[in-house]
Design a protein around this ligand. Structure first.
Ligand SMILES: [Cu+2]
Length: 164
């Protein structure tokens, strides 16, 4: 075999490996599973059109001990806030207060008490994930949202419905 052919063959091998690595199923596509009595909720955001999306959207969960993992597969820094969505007007108040934090000097979660259900998963870098502590999830309506500037407006939120 001529050196040139060998080089081409090696190159083809490398290309195949790269393609195989890319085609391999991702660790998980997100969703809900029970583990040691704790409801594990995994949401992801992706690249391109999915950069500003929490997936899967519109999850229905059970009340009880819960842990949320957010996996950022996109190219930007994001965050995940779990918000009480019983009163959508309060969500808007929270968003306004959040935009105003620098001017008002007041944290949005203080301006709208009780809206933030758990501490936010803050500054989740591209290609990383964060998991919340376990917490007790009560029945009701919730929203997860990213409040990085412009992200909520771009559609980076999703609602959770919690059944008994
Ligand atoms: Cu975001």
């Amino acid at each position: 075999m001529k050196p040139r052919q060998l080089t081409l063959l090696l190159l083809a091998g490398v290309v195949l490996l790269v393609v195989a690595a890319c085609a391999a199923p991702a660790t998980s596509s997100g969703g809900v599973k029970m583990e040691n009595g704790v409801q594990q909720v995994t949401v992801i955001s992706g690249t391109g059109a999915d950069e500003y999306k929490f997936l899967p959207a519109g999850l229905t969960l059970s009340a009880g001990k819960t842990q949320i993992t957010y996996e950022n597969r996109g190219g930007l820094v994001h965050e995940l806030m779990l918000l009480d969505n019983q009163d959508p007007a309060k969500i808007q108040q929270f968003i306004d207060a959040h935009m105003n934090e620098d001017a008002s000097g007041e944290m949005a979660e203080d301006a709208v008490p009780g809206i933030l259900v758990i501490p936010e998963l803050e500054d989740v870098e591209a290609g990383t994930s964060q998991t919340s502590d376990a917490f007790e999830l009560a029945p009701g309506s919730y929203m997860i949202a990213c409040m990085k500037p412009g992200h909520y407006e771009a559609g980076m939120y999703s609602t959770f419905t919690i059944t008994n």
